[in-house]
Design a protein around this ligand. Structure first.
Ligand SMILES: NC(=O)c1ccc[n+]([C@@H]2O[C@H](COP(=O)([O-])OP(=O)(O)OC[C@H]3O[C@@H](n4cnc5c(N)ncnc54)[C@H](OP(=O)(O)O)[C@@H]3O)[C@@H](O)[C@H]2O)c1
Length: 328
C-alpha cells in the first residue's frame, strides 16, 4: 500500500511516497481502507520534530481518517466490515490502510459526505472539548478565538454560537482571512499583525473583555490575551503555533477568579479515549443535521502531501486541508 513517510525531521521536502505492506489488525483492532485523511497543524510540528510524543523518523504522519472498515479483529464486537467510519488510527493516517482501536473509531451517519467526514474528527472533537468541557462556556458569554480562519477556528466559531456565545471575536494573520472567519459566524475579526487586538476588544466590550479565550498561538499573543480576560474568565491553551512559550503571573489569577487551562486531543486519545465519546456524538449529530459545516480549504492527492504542508506553513491557508487517498 502507499504511505507518506517523514524520512527525517525537516522541511516539507522530507515527505516521501513509499510502498509498505498492508497492516494486519490485532484481535482488538479494525482495519480501515482510507478514503480521505486530513492535514493538521500538528502534522507540521511532528515533521519538524516539535510535537510532544512524536517518535523518531521514519514515521507516517497524520492523525485522523475517514474510510471503510474492511476487516475486524476476533475480539471486536460493535463494528462490522463495510461500516463507514471516522477514526484516529494507530500510527499515522497518511496511508491507504490503517488499523485502529474500536474506542477511537466512530460510525459515520450515511448523510455525511467523505470530505466533511475527514475534516471533522480532530478539529470538531477538539473544538467541542475546548468550548464545552474544558472552557465550560455559558450562554451569553463573550469569546475570543485566535487563528479564527483555520480548521479549529472556523469550527470553534460555529460551535461557540451553537453553545450560546454572545459576541464572538476572532484574530487572523492576514486581511483576506477575515471574510472566512466572518462567514463561519464571528462578529468581529481582527488582523493581529496590523491591529491591536487588545484595544479593539476592550473598545467593543466597553472594557469588560471576554469570558473565554481559545489560544493556540503562545508567546506574546497569550500574554496579551490576559489583558482582556474578564473576571471569572478562562483561557484555554491548546497549541503553540508561534513556537514561543509565554509567562503568566499566578498573581493575575486568584484575585480575579480567572483560570488558565490546557487541552491535548492526543493525550485524551492515548490516556482517556472515553472522554471523546460525547464530543463525537454531539459533533456528528450537528454535522448530520446541517448545523455545523466543515470549511474545506483545499484537497490534494495523497502523493502531494508536501504541497499541503507548504500551504499550511505559508499561513495563507484557511479551513481544513484534506488528502484524497482512494475513491469511496
Ligand atoms: N491541543 C489539541 O488537541 C489540538 C488539536 C487540534 C489543533 N490544535 C492546535 O490548534 C491550532 C489550529 O490547528 P489547525 O490544524 O486548525 O491549523 P490552522 O488554524 O488551520 O493553521 C494554523 C494557523 O496558526 C496561525 N499561526 C499563528 N502563528 C503562526 C506561525 N508562527 N506559523 C504558522 N502558523 C501560525 C496561522 O493563522 P493566522 O496567521 O491567521 O493566525 C495558521 O493559519 C494549531 O496550533 C494546532 O496545533 C491543538
Amino acid at each position: 500500500m502507499k504511505v507518506i513517510t517523514v524520512t527525517e525531521f525537516g522541511s516539507a521536502d522530507v515527505l516521501r511516497l513509499e510502498e509498505r505492506p498492508r497492516p494486519e489488525p490485532s484481535p482488538n483492532e479494525v482495519l480501515i481502507q482510507v478514503v480521505n485523511t486530513s492535514v493538521n497543524f500538528a502534522d507540521i510540528k511532528a515533521r519538524l520534530g516539535r510535537y510532544h510524543g512524536v517518535g523518531q523518523p521514519p514515521f507516517v504522519p497524520g492523525l485522523d481518517v475517514a474510510g471503510i472498515v474492511v476487516k475486524t479483529g476476533a475480539r471486536v464486537q460493535h463494528l462490522e466490515v463495510g461500516t463507514p467510519v471516522v477514526a484516529f488510527p494507530q500510527g499515522g493516517s497518511y496511508a491507504e490502510y490503517v488499523v485502529a482501536s474500536p474506542d477511537l473509531v466512530f460510525s459515520l451517519p450515511s448523510d455525511i459526505d467523505w470530505e466533511t467526514a475527514a475534516a471533522l474528527p480532530t478539529v470538531g472533537f477538539t473544538a467541542y472539548k475546548l468550548l464545552h468541557d474544558v472552557g465550560r462556556i455559558e450562554a451569553g458569554e463573550n469569546i475570543l478565538i485566535h487563528a479564527a480562519a483555520g480548521g479549529v477556528g472556523t469550527t470553534a466559531i460555529q460551535l461557540a454560537r451553537i453553545l450560546g456565545a454572545q459576541q464572538i471575536f476572532g484574530t487572523v494573520g492576514r486581511d483576506d482571512k477575515k471574510a472566512i472567519a466572518e462567514a463561519a459566524g464571528a462578529d468581529y475579526v481582527i488582523n493581529y499583525t496590523k491591529e491591536d487586538f487588545v484595544k479593539e476588544i476592550q473598545n467593543r466590550t466597553n472594557g469588560q473583555g471576554v469570558d473565554l479565550i481559545l489560544d493556540s498561538i503562545g508567546g506574546p499573543i497569550s500574554e496579551r490575551s490576559m489583558d482582556i480576560l474578564a473576571p471569572f474568565g478562562r483561557l484555554v491553551h491548546f497549541g503553540s503555533a508561534s513556537g514561543e512559550d509565554a509567562t503568566i503571573r499566578i498573581g493575575d489569577l486568584h484575585g480575579s477568579c480567572r483560570a488558565i487551562l490546557g487541552f491535548s486531543l492526543g493525550t485524551a486519545r492515548a490516556k482517556r479515549p472515553e472522554v471523546l465519546q460525547s464530543a463525537a456524538q454531539t459533533v456528528l449529530e450537528l454535522v448530520k443535521r446541517g448545523q455545523l459545516t466543515m470549511y474545506i480549504g483545499r484537497k490534494y492527492p495523497l502523493e502531494d502531501a508536501a504541497h499541503a504542508h507548504r500551504w499550511i506553513e505559508s499561513r495563507a491557508s484557511t479551513g481544513k486541508i484534506l488528502l484524497e487517498v482512494s475513491k469511496a
